[in-house]
Every structure is written in C-alpha cells, then in structure tokens.
Design a protein around this ligand. Structure first.
Ligand SMILES: [Zn+2]
Length: 472
C-alpha cells in the first residue's frame, strides 16, 4: 500500500474541521440540572452537544448510538476486538474576564478561542477527524473503533458510569483529554475525612476558646485562605503582637480584628492543585500552627495541634504512610478542608494520591490507628484505584511509535498524581492533546487551542487509530 501522509490528509480537511469544531464550541454545554428534562438529564445544552456529535457521525456514515442521553458513540470498522477513544463535550462554566465571547469559536492569531477549545472539544474533534480520515481513505481494518462521547466529565462522570454499565468495554484505547506524549500511570486517589471525638467531660474553661475555624472547600485544592474566631478573655494585646510576628516569620499575610466581641484571625496562603500540595501554602495548616502556640481550650487545642502533628508535611510522615515507587513517584497528602466549631468539634478533609504499587487498604488501617491515638476517626472514605498500563504493551508501543514518527522526538512516558478520563477505560491511557511546553489553559479565561496543534493532534490520532485497528 502507498504510504499515507497523515498531515496532508488533515490539511486538506482543515476548513471543514475548524467549522465543525466551531459549531461544537458554540454550544454552551455546561452542566445545568436546573434545566434538565427526561431527554436531557444533565441540561439541554449538554444534550445538544452530544446530539451534535451523533449527527456529525451519522452524516459521515458512522454507526451511532445514544446511551441514556448522557453519553454515546460513533463506530466504524469490523472484527471482534474494539478500540475505544474517549472524549467529552461538557465544559466548565466560563469565568469572568474573557476577551472574546467564550462560546463563539473565535479564530484569531492562529488559535481557536472558546471554553472547551482544549478541554475537551478540540481534542475530541481531532480524534473524530482522525477516525473520519481513516474511514474516508477506505483503509482495511481488523478491529472496530469507537469514539465514545461523555457529557459529565467535569462533574461526576455519570456519563461513563452509565455508558460502561450498558455498553461494551473496549479491549484498549486512549483518552485525548490531557497531555502528550502518553500518561501511562495515574496515582490512586483516596479521599477521606477525619472527625474529632471528644467527651464533654474533658471540656474545661480557659482564657481563650476556639469558637470556629474554617479553611478550604475541596479535598483537591490547597486552601489559600483560613479564618479562626476566638473568644479571648485575657491577653489580647500580646496575641496581636504574637500573630504579627508569626505572619512575618512564615512570610504570609493575615488580618486580626474584633467583631461582636470575638477576635477574628484571617490568613492568606497560596492555592495549588491537591495532587501537588508542595506547590501551595496551606493557609489552614499555617493558621493552625499559630493557634497551637496559644493556651486554647482543650478541644480547640487538640484540633489545632493534631493538624500540625498529622499533616505538617505533604508526604504522609505524620500519618505514617510515606511511600514511593519507580513508576509513579511519591505519595502525597493534601488537607483541602479544615473545619471546626465549638459544639461539634473538628474535621479534616484530605486527598491522598498514592503510587500504583501502594496498598491503600493497609494505608487506611495505619491512618485509622494513628488518628485514633489522637481522638479522630475516619469518615467518608472513598478510593479510586491507581491506573497503569505496562510500557511494553501493544497499546503503548503503537502510540509511542506514532508520536515519535510524527513529532521527530522521543515520546516520554508520564506518571501523574491527578486522575484523567483514561482511568474509566480498562486498558487505556491519556494521549494528548496538550503538547509539551504549551501552557495549560483548560478551565482558564481565554481558553484556546493552537490551530497547528489541532491539526497535528488530528494527524497523530488518525495514524494511531489506523495502526491500532489494522492489526489482528
Ligand atoms: Zn477534560
């Protein structure tokens, strides 16, 4: 067979590809359960985006299927085995401050701007055109290929949950919903809360009572703000001075004021993603560290000292689960939520990102013991297992070869602490579409995808799909 120039095949469809992408970008497919209907359980616009993809597929001669109005697929090829390509057409809301209409599909400066341009409508359309090119070239396939379209990736993954309950799991596949080259390992994600136990008998009065403490809203973010309310009976001035000195020493900013007779302490830290807690400054932990210097009431004191004792470092030393492996690196712990009030005591909400060879069941037992020793019990435990595909598997070898051939550089195999859409495939990896060195503008204002990258990704997907599906 003649050698195919994938880039040329893509270039010849460039106008059509961009126009189809713009049509998809113009649908504001943000989760909208308030305007849900029976046919559109995640909102009317989310469903419109799904329908848009299904009708594109129909027009181009793919077999299409709607799965419960929350997902669907477009299929081509033949054979028993199935290749899955998993993308999503829901988007996060458009924040303020855009310089273009976020649902316009505006093309300028060789980029296409819109919410969803890089996450994940652009990459999904690139994968679709990859399939379309293979189909239009009439290449013989020995496997079936399915583009699986989800519509709830940004929230609760009800799309893939529903889809894989009712539809066939592909033998292998990839998700164009993260970074190139290839993410072969994703750490496990255990989220849990620790809740404080106390008996009213141990509550003695003291000069300073911790009334409330709050920091953070989500497990997977480093809190950038913390607030404590104290009832101070004596020693006001000294505490103000102590707090100012502390802020300077720790190189953070904060506030101290009195409101309705209570002292309010605020502290600003630095936000970061919960899978990389060392990149932020946890306002909650820093404020707790300060409060631990004061003679608080017993319960309040236990709460703030426990924060320091168990979580002062982000590698799990305090809870005795330090671990790392060659495939995926170090275990990390992020305290995303700290909350306390005088009546109910305190809580810590945390996310643990653990290496693929770590045993989380044993880890959980260890935490239970360590936390139990200081009067805390585990609540709300959830565990998403690590995801890993062997480097020498056919899937990785094919994707690696295609990438290296088209890019002219080595395809580095990546391991990350976050979870990608690929983990909903039994054997799948995240493969693009953000190229190395490009800024990650997903979920940001003025989200865009470089047109050159859109075309390059399409060429890579086309060849990868062909290489995977043309083999026995
Ligand atoms: Zn995404």
């Amino acid at each position: 067979m003649e050698k195919i120039d994938w880039q040329v095949e893509v270039e010849s469809r460039k106008e059509e590809l961009i126009a189809d992408l713009q049509g998809l970008l113009q649908i504001p497919s943000v989760l909208d359960e308030k305007n849900a209907t029976e046919d559109a359980p995640l909102g009317v616009d989310v469903k419109r985006a799904l329908d848009y993809m299904l009708s594109l597929g129909e027009k181009d001669g793919f077999t299409t299927k709607n799965s419960g109005n929350v997902a669907g697929h477009l299929e081509m090829g033949e054979g028993k085995r199935l290749i899955g390509v998993l993308g999503h057409v829901d988007v996060v809301p458009a924040s303020d401050g855009w310089s273009v209409d976020p649902f316009s599909g505006t093309v300028k400066d060789d980029r296409v701007y819109s919410r969803g341009a890089i996450d994940d409508k652009g990459p999904t359309l690139a994968a679709y055109y990859g399939m379309k090119i293979v189909k239009e070239l009439g290449l013989p396939l020995k496997k079936r290929v399915r583009l699986i379209i989800g519509t709830d990736e940004e929230s609760d993954w009800r799309c893939v949950d529903h889809y894989f309950q009712h539809e066939e799991m592909p033998d292998m596949g990839f998700a164009p919903d993260a970074d190139f080259p290839i993410i072969i390992a994703e750490k496990g994600i255990a989220d849990l809360e620790l809740v404080q136990n106390f008996s009213p008998a141990e509550m003695k009065s003291s000069d300073i009572t911790l009334i409330s403490f709050t920091a953070g809203l989500r497990y997977n973010m480093v809190p950038d703000y913390a607030k404590a309310v104290l009832d101070i009976k004596a020693g006001h001035t000294e505490i103000i001075q102590l707090f100012q000195d502390f802020l300077e020493r720790r190189e953070v900013t904060g506030n101290y004021y009195v409101e309705s007779g209570y002292s309010v302490l605020e502290l600003d830290g630095k936000a970061a993603h919960g899978s990389e807690p060392e990149k932020g400054k946890n306002a909650g932990l820093i404020l707790a560290e300060f409060l631990a210097l004061l003679e608080l009431d017993q319960k309040g004191k236990t709460y703030v000292t426990t924060a320091g004792q168990l979580f002062a470092d982000s590698r799990g030393h305090g809870i005795n689960i330090v671990y790392s492996d060659k495939i995926s690196g170090e275990l990390t712990v992020n305290i995303g939520i700290l909350s306390y009030n005088e009546q109910d005591g305190g809580r810590f909400g945390l996310t643990i990102r653990y290496p693929v060879t770590f045993n989380m069941e044993i880890g959980k037992e260890t935490i239970k013991q360590v936390a139990g020793n200081v009067g805390f019990t585990i609540d709300k435990f959830s565990n998403s297992h690590p995801h890993h595909v062997e480097e020498d598997s056919e899937l990785i070898q094919v994707l690696k070869n295609v990438y290296e051939k088209q890019m002219g550089e080595k395809a580095q195999l990546l391991a990350i602490g976050g979870g990608t859409y690929a983990r909903s495939l039994k054997m799948g990896v995240a493969f693009g579409a953000l190229f190395p060195g490009r800024p990650d503008v997903a979920h940001q204002k003025d989200e865009y995808m470089e047109l050159a990258d859109l075309l390059k990704a399409t060429a890579i997907y086309a060849e990868a799909i062909y290489e995977l599906a043309s083999r026995e």
